[in-house]
Design a protein around this ligand. Structure first.
Ligand code: C5P
Length: 233
């Protein structure tokens, strides 16, 4: 696995996602992120169909349940032949270890497993008030990254601003998958802490997750190619 751009396909129907993916007629098929909206609307067949079209898939379902349930769910996702799946580190070490067991196929192969630390929609105030966690957010994120690493996971989803610190703490081989990417002159939308693809490359992100700057662009293929040129090439 190397550096790549993952396109967040936040569409609500198979029709919409196919009409978007049909635009990519070149040799390089984008790495695609499928989230809850599309998965719950269309079911597991959407994963099989997109895979059949030659795309690698990050299935972003953020599992969080008791270890046995997560283990069994991960075994099902592993059977879909996805490339990356994720869970909440807050499910604890036992849940993460069970997830890895469930993901591992009889031949020893498995999709990459990455952890969500604290959602970027959670701020210090809501974390203290609702979760009774009183440490500084940066320490909490780093702690969750560390327990994910110790449980045997492959990386974390984090802000590009946190990628360098995660690599310092958990090693260069521990993957940082970073949303919150915008072109220098682009509309930020609801993302507050953003970086350009070139900046994310400089800071050492392994994968950038880019949604609307590509999906809502007048020319999505050109926007994707620009991301690849800035981040990968
Ligand atoms: O359209 P945009 O580029 O903002 O999309 C970013 C994608 O990454 C969305 O699918 C969003 O749900 C996801 N994401 C995020 N921030 C996180 C975790 C996931 O923006 N902390």
């Amino acid at each position: 696995m190397g550096k790549d751009v993952i396109v967040a396909c936040d569409f609500s129907s198979a029709e919409a996602v196919y009409s978007f993916l049909d635009k990519f007629t070149g040799e390089k098929k984008p790495f695609v992120k499928i989230g809850m909206e599309l998965f719950y609307a269309e079911g597991p067949d959407i994963v099989r169909q997109i895979k059949k079209r030659g795309h690698r898939i990050f299935l972003d379902l953020k599992l969080h349940d008791i270890p046995n349930t997560v283990k069994k769910a991960m075994a099902v996702l592993s059977g879909l032949d996805v490339d990356i799946v994720n869970l909440h580190a807050a499910g604890t070490t036992a849940m993460m270890e069970a997830a890895l067991e469930g993901l591992t196929r009889p031949d020893g192969t498995r999709p990459l497993l990455i952890a969500v630390t604290q959602l970027t929609s959670t701020d210090q105030e809501s974390m203290e008030r609702d979760l009774l966690i009183h440490e500084p957010m940066a320490d909490v994120v780093m702690h969750y990254a560390e327990i994910a690493k110790n449980a045997g996971l492959d990386g974390v989803v984090c802000s590009p601003m946190e990628a360098a610190a995660v690599h310092d703490r958990c090693g260069k081989g521990f993957l940082t998958v970073t949303p919150g990417v915008r072109f220098a002159e682009g509309d930020r939308g609801d993302q507050k802490r953003v970086m350009t693809p070139a900046e994310a490359k400089k800071i050492g992100s392994d994968y950038i997750v880019v949604g609307r700057p590509i999906t809502a662009a007048a020319d999505p293929v050109a926007a994707y190619e620009r991301c690849v040129a800035e981040f990968v090439d």
